[in-house]
Design a binder for this molecule. Structure first.
Ligand code: AHG
Ligand code: MN
Ligand code: MN
Length: 332
């Protein structure tokens, strides 16, 4: 069997398609290496003393887990010295992290959710890392302003899932490919090339405990799903909710489905639960590249012009026809 490692895949993309600048290739390799390091720490779990709370809060007032902080540090350290970045921003840091003066600077901006699904760490369920790459406009200082670009400007995005296997899913705007970590060799190997999301589905993912707080169109839509064969949809739907966006999105990339974290009255002033720059945009880019759709229910996610780094948005993504259906409920 021809084994295509991530390194070979990236070099061939650069060489054959000319679509991948050398610096971006290096950046992706460094992020993948950091994900391997995070995967090792997660794999050791309690043996390495990495479970449990860190005893601190992040900028959004959420209690940080030890692994939130550790994964953030691993990503910062790995990406600081390569010369490919202008700055980094993370869910776990108040402000953008500039590249220290002792290192050369590059043209890219790296944005990440170092550890997604923190509530699942201590119960040994899948967690992940989400990242997105933007270009820093020429002559612009890499302050918060430089990051405030819509998702359509992303040049790459990806996520790792630390599950039964560690996998890395990647897009550079030319489809979506999935790599599996070969733990013995220490390399990511291409295992699911050109992932594609079925247009129709009978499976939805949402935190049902928030039902009474949703807006009326979302209430109506989910009610109709629950009515199954006897309802207006005329078919039975199944429900799944891992509560790690990476795992829920990966299921959708694998077998279709719809994932929703809608606006609810508890968090109306925040704009939603999931973060535009670290979660919604990279996942929207990946899902669209795999033939799916991603919306706030009223607007394509990647068209949202961010107004602040830690902005939150409602998220509806997955199988194209089902996402269109949610939009329809919000129009009527
Ligand atoms: P994070 O761990 O990075 O804060 O993200 C958690 C997110 C997302 O992964 C998941 O879809 C959602 O929060 C889970 O929310 P509930 O607790 O409402 O299930
Ligand atoms: Mn997250
Ligand atoms: Mn996180």
């Amino acid at each position: 069997m021809r084994r295509i490692t991530l390194s070979r895949y990236l070099i061939e993309q650069q060489r054959e398609k000319g679509s991948l600048p050398g610096d971006l290739r290096l950046l992706i390799e460094v992020v993948a290496r950091a994900c391997k390091t995070i995967s090792v720490a997660i794999g050791k779990g309690e043996l390495a003393g990495v479970l449990g709370g860190a005893g601190s809060d992040n900028v959004q007032g959420e209690a940080q887990k030890k692994l939130d902080v550790l994964s953030n540090d691993i990503l910062l350290e790995a990406n600081e010295w390569g010369g490919h970045l202008a700055a980094m921003a993370s869910e776990e840091m108040d402000d953008p992290h500039p590249i220290p003066n002792r290192y050369p600077k590059g043209e890219y901006l790296l944005v990440f959710d170092p550890l997604d699904g923190s509530s699942n760490i201590d119960v040994n369920l899948s967690v992940g890392t989400i990242f997105s790459v933007l270009r820093c406009a020429e002559g612009m200082e890499p302050t918060e302003q430089a990051f405030l670009q819509p998702g359509t400007k992303q040049v790459a995005a990806g996520y790792a899932v630390y599950g039964p296997s560690t996998i890395l899913v990647l897009t550079t705007g030319d489809g979506v490919d999935c790599f599996t970590l070969d733990r013995e060799q220490g390399s990511f190997v291409l295992t699911q090339p050109k992932m594609s999301i079925p247009e129709d589905t009978k499976e939805f993912a949402i935190n049902m405990s928030n039902q009474r707080f949703w807006e009326p169109p979302m209430q109506r839509y989910v009610n109709d799903l629950l009515l199954g064969k006897e309802g207006p949809r005329g078919k039975d739907f199944n429900m799944r909710w891992v509560a790690s966006m990476v795992a829920d999105v990966h299921r959708i990339l694998t077998r279709g489905g719809i994932f929703m974290y809608p606006l609810d009255s508890k968090m109306k002033d925040k704009g939603g639960k999931l973060r535009l720059m670290y979660e919604a945009n990279p996942m929207a880019f990946i899902v669209e590249q795999a033939g799916g759709a991603a919306t706030t229910a009223r607007q394509r996610i990647m068209d949202v012009q961010p107004s602040s780094l830690h902005q939150r948005v409602p998220v509806v993504l997955g199988s194209k026809n089902e996402v269109a259906m949610v939009t329809k409920y919000h129009q009527s």
